[in-house]
Write a protein that binds this ligand. Structure first.
Ligand code: ADP
Ligand code: MG
Length: 238
Protein backbone atom coordinates (compact mmCIF):
# COMPACT_ATOMS: atom_id res chain seq x y z
CA UNK A 1 0.00 0.00 0.00
CA UNK A 2 1.76 3.08 -1.24
CA UNK A 3 -0.98 5.61 -0.61
CA UNK A 4 -0.43 7.69 2.50
CA UNK A 5 -3.57 9.76 1.83
CA UNK A 6 -6.79 8.48 0.31
CA UNK A 7 -10.06 10.40 0.28
CA UNK A 8 -13.29 9.06 -1.13
CA UNK A 9 -16.35 11.30 -1.56
CA UNK A 10 -15.45 13.51 1.39
CA UNK A 11 -18.06 16.15 2.25
CA UNK A 12 -17.90 18.99 4.73
CA UNK A 13 -20.54 21.59 5.55
CA UNK A 14 -20.06 24.47 7.96
CA UNK A 15 -23.25 24.96 9.92
CA UNK A 16 -24.57 28.46 10.41
CA UNK A 17 -27.55 30.64 9.64
CA UNK A 18 -26.84 29.62 6.05
CA UNK A 19 -25.05 26.23 5.97
CA UNK A 20 -22.00 26.27 3.69
CA UNK A 21 -21.30 23.03 1.80
CA UNK A 22 -17.56 23.59 1.24
CA UNK A 23 -16.30 20.13 0.23
CA UNK A 24 -18.69 18.36 -2.13
CA UNK A 25 -17.27 14.92 -2.71
CA UNK A 26 -13.49 15.13 -2.70
CA UNK A 27 -11.74 12.15 -4.28
CA UNK A 28 -7.97 12.25 -4.14
CA UNK A 29 -4.97 10.28 -3.07
CA UNK A 30 -1.30 10.95 -2.47
CA UNK A 31 1.39 8.32 -2.62
CA UNK A 32 4.25 8.05 -0.17
CA UNK A 33 7.13 10.21 -1.30
CA UNK A 34 5.10 12.63 -3.44
CA UNK A 35 5.50 16.42 -3.46
CA UNK A 36 2.06 17.80 -4.32
CA UNK A 37 0.45 21.22 -4.46
CA UNK A 38 -3.23 22.08 -4.05
CA UNK A 39 -4.49 25.24 -5.75
CA UNK A 40 -7.89 26.87 -5.88
CA UNK A 41 -9.59 30.24 -5.56
CA UNK A 42 -9.76 31.96 -2.20
CA UNK A 43 -12.59 30.39 -0.21
CA UNK A 44 -12.62 27.21 -2.31
CA UNK A 45 -11.95 25.00 0.71
CA UNK A 46 -8.18 24.46 0.56
CA UNK A 47 -7.57 25.09 4.25
CA UNK A 48 -10.66 23.08 5.15
CA UNK A 49 -9.28 20.16 3.14
CA UNK A 50 -5.79 20.50 4.64
CA UNK A 51 -7.24 20.64 8.17
CA UNK A 52 -9.12 17.41 7.50
CA UNK A 53 -5.93 15.81 6.13
CA UNK A 54 -4.15 16.92 9.31
CA UNK A 55 -6.92 15.59 11.59
CA UNK A 56 -7.41 19.12 12.89
CA UNK A 57 -11.03 19.06 11.75
CA UNK A 58 -13.75 16.47 11.07
CA UNK A 59 -15.69 15.78 7.89
CA UNK A 60 -19.36 14.85 7.56
CA UNK A 61 -19.40 11.94 5.11
CA UNK A 62 -17.09 9.89 2.92
CA UNK A 63 -13.83 8.25 3.93
CA UNK A 64 -10.34 9.43 4.74
CA UNK A 65 -7.60 6.85 5.10
CA UNK A 66 -4.28 8.07 6.49
CA UNK A 67 -1.50 5.53 6.04
CA UNK A 68 -4.15 2.82 5.76
CA UNK A 69 -6.12 3.84 8.86
CA UNK A 70 -9.69 5.14 8.55
CA UNK A 71 -9.75 8.58 10.16
CA UNK A 72 -13.32 9.05 11.24
CA UNK A 73 -14.90 10.08 14.54
CA UNK A 74 -11.61 9.66 16.39
CA UNK A 75 -11.33 10.63 20.04
CA UNK A 76 -9.18 13.71 20.72
CA UNK A 77 -6.49 11.42 22.13
CA UNK A 78 -6.39 9.13 19.11
CA UNK A 79 -6.36 12.10 16.75
CA UNK A 80 -3.46 13.65 18.65
CA UNK A 81 -1.61 10.34 18.63
CA UNK A 82 -1.85 10.00 14.82
CA UNK A 83 -0.97 13.67 14.31
CA UNK A 84 2.10 13.48 16.53
CA UNK A 85 3.28 10.24 14.96
CA UNK A 86 2.73 11.04 11.30
CA UNK A 87 2.29 14.74 10.55
CA UNK A 88 4.26 17.97 10.63
CA UNK A 89 2.47 21.29 10.00
CA UNK A 90 3.70 24.52 8.42
CA UNK A 91 1.46 27.61 8.29
CA UNK A 92 1.50 30.94 6.43
CA UNK A 93 1.74 32.86 9.71
CA UNK A 94 4.52 30.58 11.11
CA UNK A 95 2.62 30.02 14.40
CA UNK A 96 5.77 30.36 16.50
CA UNK A 97 5.55 31.18 20.20
CA UNK A 98 6.80 34.74 20.46
CA UNK A 99 8.33 34.54 23.94
CA UNK A 100 10.29 31.35 23.20
CA UNK A 101 13.52 31.41 21.21
CA UNK A 102 14.09 29.43 18.01
CA UNK A 103 15.53 26.32 19.64
CA UNK A 104 12.72 26.22 22.23
CA UNK A 105 10.10 26.58 19.48
CA UNK A 106 11.63 23.75 17.46
CA UNK A 107 11.93 21.50 20.54
CA UNK A 108 8.32 22.01 21.64
CA UNK A 109 6.70 18.99 19.89
CA UNK A 110 9.12 16.72 21.77
CA UNK A 111 7.95 18.11 25.11
CA UNK A 112 4.68 16.26 24.58
CA UNK A 113 6.61 13.03 24.02
CA UNK A 114 8.22 13.21 27.46
CA UNK A 115 11.76 13.62 26.13
CA UNK A 116 14.25 15.31 28.49
CA UNK A 117 15.02 18.99 28.00
CA UNK A 118 18.67 18.28 27.23
CA UNK A 119 17.79 15.74 24.50
CA UNK A 120 15.04 18.00 23.11
CA UNK A 121 17.37 20.95 22.77
CA UNK A 122 20.14 18.83 21.20
CA UNK A 123 17.71 17.47 18.58
CA UNK A 124 16.29 20.96 17.96
CA UNK A 125 19.79 22.35 17.42
CA UNK A 126 20.43 19.63 14.82
CA UNK A 127 17.29 20.65 12.92
CA UNK A 128 18.21 24.33 13.07
CA UNK A 129 21.70 23.54 11.78
CA UNK A 130 20.17 21.72 8.81
CA UNK A 131 18.12 24.84 8.08
CA UNK A 132 21.26 26.99 8.26
CA UNK A 133 20.01 28.71 11.40
CA UNK A 134 22.45 27.57 14.09
CA UNK A 135 23.51 31.16 14.73
CA UNK A 136 19.87 32.21 15.24
CA UNK A 137 19.04 29.47 17.75
CA UNK A 138 18.79 31.77 20.74
CA UNK A 139 16.90 34.58 19.04
CA UNK A 140 13.20 35.24 19.57
CA UNK A 141 10.86 35.07 16.53
CA UNK A 142 10.56 38.88 16.64
CA UNK A 143 14.28 39.09 15.91
CA UNK A 144 14.07 36.90 12.79
CA UNK A 145 13.15 37.67 9.18
CA UNK A 146 10.06 36.06 7.63
CA UNK A 147 12.16 33.49 5.80
CA UNK A 148 14.07 32.64 8.97
CA UNK A 149 10.81 32.27 10.89
CA UNK A 150 9.45 29.89 8.28
CA UNK A 151 12.66 27.84 8.40
CA UNK A 152 12.28 27.61 12.19
CA UNK A 153 8.69 26.43 11.63
CA UNK A 154 9.88 23.80 9.13
CA UNK A 155 12.53 22.64 11.63
CA UNK A 156 9.74 22.33 14.23
CA UNK A 157 7.61 20.32 11.78
CA UNK A 158 10.56 18.00 11.09
CA UNK A 159 11.63 17.31 14.65
CA UNK A 160 9.29 14.36 15.17
CA UNK A 161 10.46 12.88 11.84
CA UNK A 162 6.92 12.81 10.37
CA UNK A 163 6.17 10.89 7.19
CA UNK A 164 3.86 13.67 5.99
CA UNK A 165 4.28 17.44 5.96
CA UNK A 166 1.19 19.61 5.41
CA UNK A 167 1.83 23.25 4.55
CA UNK A 168 -0.95 25.88 4.24
CA UNK A 169 0.25 28.81 2.09
CA UNK A 170 3.79 28.46 3.53
CA UNK A 171 5.14 31.21 1.27
CA UNK A 172 2.07 33.45 1.50
CA UNK A 173 3.82 35.98 3.76
CA UNK A 174 7.22 35.86 2.02
CA UNK A 175 8.81 37.80 -0.85
CA UNK A 176 9.54 35.91 -4.05
CA UNK A 177 13.24 35.20 -3.39
CA UNK A 178 12.49 33.94 0.14
CA UNK A 179 9.63 31.85 -1.27
CA UNK A 180 12.12 30.17 -3.60
CA UNK A 181 14.46 29.43 -0.66
CA UNK A 182 11.62 27.87 1.31
CA UNK A 183 10.46 25.81 -1.68
CA UNK A 184 14.04 24.59 -2.10
CA UNK A 185 13.94 23.27 1.47
CA UNK A 186 10.67 21.45 0.81
CA UNK A 187 12.15 19.94 -2.36
CA UNK A 188 15.22 18.77 -0.44
CA UNK A 189 13.14 17.19 2.33
CA UNK A 190 11.15 15.41 -0.36
CA UNK A 191 14.07 14.27 -2.53
CA UNK A 192 16.67 13.52 0.13
CA UNK A 193 14.50 12.27 2.98
CA UNK A 194 11.48 10.92 1.13
CA UNK A 195 9.04 13.10 3.04
CA UNK A 196 5.56 13.23 1.53
CA UNK A 197 4.68 16.91 1.25
CA UNK A 198 1.33 18.57 0.46
CA UNK A 199 1.46 22.33 -0.08
CA UNK A 200 -1.60 24.55 -0.41
CA UNK A 201 -0.78 27.65 -2.42
CA UNK A 202 -2.34 30.27 -4.66
CA UNK A 203 1.05 31.00 -6.26
CA UNK A 204 1.55 29.23 -9.62
CA UNK A 205 5.32 29.70 -9.18
CA UNK A 206 5.18 27.63 -5.99
CA UNK A 207 2.95 24.99 -7.57
CA UNK A 208 5.41 24.74 -10.48
CA UNK A 209 8.09 23.59 -8.05
CA UNK A 210 6.01 20.61 -6.93
CA UNK A 211 5.66 17.39 -8.90
CA UNK A 212 1.88 17.29 -9.16
CA UNK A 213 -0.84 19.91 -9.02
CA UNK A 214 -4.30 19.15 -7.64
CA UNK A 215 -6.87 21.86 -8.36
CA UNK A 216 -9.95 22.31 -6.20
CA UNK A 217 -12.93 24.12 -7.63
CA UNK A 218 -16.55 24.31 -6.46
CA UNK A 219 -15.77 21.86 -3.67
CA UNK A 220 -14.47 19.08 -5.88
CA UNK A 221 -11.15 18.17 -7.48
CA UNK A 222 -11.17 19.91 -10.86
CA UNK A 223 -11.89 17.38 -13.64
CA UNK A 224 -8.74 18.29 -15.57
CA UNK A 225 -6.51 17.91 -12.54
CA UNK A 226 -5.16 14.51 -11.52
CA UNK A 227 -6.58 13.80 -8.08
CA UNK A 228 -4.85 10.44 -8.15
CA UNK A 229 -1.22 9.87 -9.08
CA UNK A 230 -1.98 7.12 -11.63
CA UNK A 231 -3.07 9.76 -14.14
CA UNK A 232 -0.14 11.28 -16.07
CA UNK A 233 1.37 14.15 -14.13
CA UNK A 234 0.49 17.73 -14.91
CA UNK A 235 3.52 19.93 -14.71
CA UNK A 236 3.21 23.69 -15.04
CA UNK A 237 5.98 25.27 -17.07
CA UNK A 238 8.44 27.32 -15.07
P1 ADP B 1 -9.44 28.58 1.34
O1 ADP B 1 -8.38 28.07 2.27
O2 ADP B 1 -9.47 27.87 0.03
O3 ADP B 1 -9.39 30.07 1.16
P2 ADP B 1 -11.28 27.80 3.46
O4 ADP B 1 -11.22 26.32 3.54
O5 ADP B 1 -10.56 28.56 4.51
O6 ADP B 1 -10.88 28.27 2.00
O7 ADP B 1 -12.81 28.25 3.53
C1 ADP B 1 -13.80 27.77 2.64
C2 ADP B 1 -15.12 28.45 2.93
O8 ADP B 1 -15.58 28.05 4.22
C3 ADP B 1 -15.01 29.97 2.99
O9 ADP B 1 -16.20 30.51 2.46
C4 ADP B 1 -14.91 30.26 4.47
O10 ADP B 1 -15.44 31.53 4.77
C5 ADP B 1 -15.73 29.16 5.08
N1 ADP B 1 -15.25 28.74 6.41
C6 ADP B 1 -13.99 28.39 6.73
N2 ADP B 1 -13.89 28.03 8.02
C7 ADP B 1 -15.14 28.17 8.54
C8 ADP B 1 -15.70 27.95 9.84
N3 ADP B 1 -14.96 27.49 10.86
N4 ADP B 1 -17.01 28.20 10.01
C9 ADP B 1 -17.77 28.63 8.99
N5 ADP B 1 -17.31 28.86 7.74
C10 ADP B 1 -16.01 28.64 7.51
MG1 MG C 1 -6.84 28.99 3.27
Amino acid sequence: MNEIIRLRDVNKTYDGAVPLHVLRGIDMSVEKGELVSIMGASGSGKSTLLNILGILDNYDSGEYFLDGTLIKNLSENKAAEYRNKLIGFVFQSFNLINYKNAVENVALPLFYQGISRKKRNALAMEQLERMGLADRAHHLPGELSGGQKQRVAIARAMITDPALILADEPTGALDSQTSKDVMKIFRQLNEEEGKTIVIVTHDPGVAAQTNRLIRISDGVIAPDSPGTPEIPQLVISQ
